[in-house]
Design a binder for this molecule. Sequence first.
Ligand code: GUN
Length: 292
Amino acid sequence: MILLDGKKVSNDIKDEIAVEVNLMKARGEKVPHLAAILVGTDGASMTYVGAKVKACERIGYESTLIDLPEDTSENVLLEKIHKLNTDEAIDGFIVQLPLPKHIDEQKVLEAVHPDKDVDGFHPANVGRMALDLPCFLSATPYGILELLERYQIETSGKHVVVMGRSHIVGRPMSILMGQKREAGNATVTVVHSRTKNLSEFTKKADIIVAAIGISEFLTADMVKDGVVIIDVGITRVPDETKTRGYRLAGDVHFESVSKKASYITPVPGGVGPMTIAMLLKNTLLARERHMQ
Ligand code: GUN
């Protein structure tokens, strides 16, 4: 079994981007500038946004964090988005999800200008992705493709089972892996909460992308020997033996499934760090496009 070390690969990608940033600086060009909007004080969201800002510092990007209170109205948030859309200094920005319940998430995502949508969540970018056109690929699917490519895992002609149909992970993964691309040309099956006899599908998979949000759902009896496992889940599971009171678990029962897998992503340290690296890559792309 080989661990797919997202932490290492993401650090390699960040180092590669830092080289580009240094070249930009040496040419006297403006460096990429990423902004993030965070609404409220959700613990996980604060951690993720903090990590994104820190990563910007590390590779020499400029970053702006717009921290709004939980009771921010939808209109105020939309105004902030319009400001960022027209601010020449900002190359790309994200609105961290989830948003408080009184805000219409779809309306917010559609307010982000597609050229600055480095999360790749705007319908224009999702549509372009589905049509094989240049676009911002959302960071988690992009990170998974990159991980598969860098470990040279063969996907052509393989049976990929995507567990979950979320807009952020499952849906785009199921489209991307069937496309004509390096980590593509696969035969894709999507399984979800209404799938009957789910393990009949997972047992036939060469590659499983687990993104259903139920901790340790996929167990060893549900997979075949030699399977490649990409675990997108990250859930806080109460654990009194830890000082913080919880541990992080994926959608895969790592201990048992890793014994049968040929490759597997750990949680944490697998897909998670890759998403930050790919967000930074999208921001570099936004800057380059902005210059043209
Ligand atoms: N919440 C969970 N994942 C993401 C992501 O990739 N982008 C944003 N903006 N919010 C998220």
